[in-house]
Design a protein around this ligand. Structure first.
Ligand code: TXA
Ligand code: MG
Length: 325
């Protein structure tokens, strides 16, 4: 069973030693917990795929702590990438750029491009610095399953497959990074913790890929981020049939009339301010889904949220959990 370690300097040095020797460490970032290995060690990266049961056609994001490290990973750095890095790094933005030949092919699933991100979480940053190498890290969950926003979530899914989980409590953003491809016309491959509107303020209109026959990013696979319990987005008022145990993922506190129709309710936000409410909802989303998924329900109904700012990332995850995007 994995050891859960507090994020002390001593433990982070120990974890960095594990990374340097080719081992794997689960660690917190501001978005979700990651499962990290040395990006320049193909065996370590192969283990990541194995542990997650992730198909090897799905490339992995490489995490850096210092902007200079981008030169080890990328061939040329687009002007727009510099502008975005200046504003959003460190933070929940991943940029797809042209890959350097030095990066092992397994990291990028043989693609000519590489996804790079500089996380803002101090624990993630320390771990990368102490490891003295960029860290390849997908979310620390089994492929296609709910993402982890606590060390406990990681332990439940991967505890018997990895050695170390660094625990630093809840992830403050709660949804994964926004992935933007800058190798051609700027295109959002996955909405996430950095709102598209903020990106467009800097570099102008961007394409948003939501559905395509040939996914450019396996995060676009239509069923992903899924609980075991079937999830339905509530498009209108639902009538819960007698004998059906239904859960409700509510954006805001429901009225009593609505509430009494459900076995278990998770309320994602409490603020009257929409942006703040969306921030709270993103932060609570996966934890609430993990709890609902454990409540032995027949179905989870999810209330839609407005699709602006972080609401876009939330609706993307809900649609994928529903498997109908
Ligand atoms: O917030 C995050 O991004 C978290 C934390 C741990 O940093 N990581 C994360 O990784 O969500 P993962 O592997 O669960 O999702 C990465 C997404 C996948 O959809 C993958 O297909 C896409 O990024 N991706 C990675 N490299 C790519 C590339 N070269 N081109 C296109 N998409 C890429
Ligand atoms: Mg993931």
């Amino acid at each position: 069973m994995a050891q859960i370690l507090k994020a002390s300097e001593e433990n982070l040095r120990k974890a960095a030693e594990v990374i340097r020797k080719g081992g794997l460490v689960a660690f917190p970032t501001e978005t979700v917990y990651g499962l990290g290995g040395d990006a320049f060690n193909p065996d370590a990266v192969a283990r990541i795929f194995e542990v997650k049961e992730r198909p090897t056609f799905d490339p992995i994001i490489v995490h850096i702590a210092d902007f200079e490290d981008i030169k080890k990973l990328c061939r040329d750095i687009d002007e727009k990438a510099k502008i975005l890095a200046e504003k959003f790094w460190p933070g929940p933005l991943t940029m797809v750029l042209k890959k350097s030949e030095k990066v092992p092919d397994i990291v990028t699933a043989g693609l000519d491009t590489i996804a790079v991100r500089m996380p803002s979480h101090p624990v993630a940053r320390k771990l990368i610095e102490f490891s003295r190498t960029p860290i390849a890290a997908p979310s620390a969950n089994l492929f296609g399953k709910l993402s982890p926003t606590t060390a406990e979530h990681v332990k439940e899914q991967l505890g018997d497959r990895i050695d170390i989980i660094i625990d630093s409590g809840k992830c403050p953003v709660g949804v994964e990074s926004t992935v933007i491809d800058l190798t051609g016309e700027p295109t959002i491959l996955r909405p996430g913790g950095t709102p598209v509107e903020e990106i467009e303020k800097l570099i102008g209109k961007v394409n948003i890929l939501t559905r395509s026959d040939k996914p450019r990013s396996p995060g676009q696979l239509s069923k992903h981020y899924s609980p075991k319990t079937p999830l339905r987005i509530m498009r209108e008022k639902v009538d819960v049939e007698k004998g059906v145990r239904a859960g409700l993922l509510a954006f805001r506190q429901p009225d009593d009339e609505t509430a009494k129709r459900f076995e278990k309710i998770e309320v994602l936000s409490s603020s009257d301010d929409l942006n703040e409410a969306l921030r709270q909802a993103a932060q609570n989303l996966f934890s609430a889904l993990h709890r609902l998924d454990k409540a032995n329900l027949d179905v989870i109904y999810a209330e839609p949220v407005p699709e602006i700012g972080l609401g876009r990332a939330i609706m993307d995850r809900l649609r994928k959990a529903e498997g109908m995007s």
